[in-house]
Design a protein around this ligand. Structure first.
Ligand code: HEC
Length: 160
């Protein structure tokens, strides 16, 4: 039994503090020891490590890598016949929904005259009209493709 209870408390307290301090230092030492191996010194291992993190750590300096992928390039130009076969003939082949039928001169001629020629019809085909969808429903058709499709249908309907 200690004569001075305060002194025994302080001794115990200092003992606990010392033990905690020693524990902290040893944890830091173990962490430092384990972390020592994180970055390999061996150049081969270093190269492997860099290859592993490369996809997220790469700087794009190559202009070609920044260019849009080739499949984003515009589709090759279609001929008027191809556009008519693939798109327009769905309606203009049979004349459904009141579409002027290919080969029907009487259906095309007044429209051709009213529009003031191919360019006028092109303007209508770009915008669409009633049940005629803009660009025949194929928005990626170029103006040139649309125009040659109209010319093809007019020619096949014997309208000039
Ligand atoms: C979904 C059916 C449909 C498709 C597909 C379609 N058309 Fe039409 N088109 C119509 C209809 C219906 C009309 C008649 C519109 C009206 O006068 O009410 C029309 C009218 C037209 C006219 C006459 C416009 C005018 O001023 O009277 C042109 C030119 C034309 N289409 C071009 C095309 C071309 C070129 C394509 C293919 C790229 C095409 N159409 C595809 C339904 C279609």
């Amino acid at each position: 039994m200690s004569a001075n209870p305060d002194k025994s408390f302080i001794l115990t307290f200092l003992g606990v503090l010392g033990a905690l301090g020693a524990f902290t230092v040893s944890i830091i030492a173990i962490a430092a020891f384990m972390g020592r191996h994180d970055r390999p010194q061996d150049p081969q291992a270093l190269a492997r490590l860099e290859a592993r993190i490369a996809p997220v750590g790469q700087e794009i300096t190559d202009a070609a890598a920044l260019a849009p992928p080739p499949q984003a390039a515009p589709h090759p130009a279609l001929t008027g016949e191809q556009v008519v076969a693939q798109v327009c003939s769905a309606c203009h082949g049979t004349g459904v929904m009141g579409a002027p039928k290919i080969g029907d001169k009487a259906a095309w001629e007044p429209r051709f005259k009213a529009a003031g020629g191919v360019d006028g019809l092109l303007a209508v085909a770009q915008k669409g009209k009633n049940l005629m969808p803009p660009r025949g429903g194929k928005p990626d058709l170029t103006d040139a493709e649309l125009k040659s499709a109209i010319e093809t249908m007019l020619k096949q309907s014997n309208v000039q």
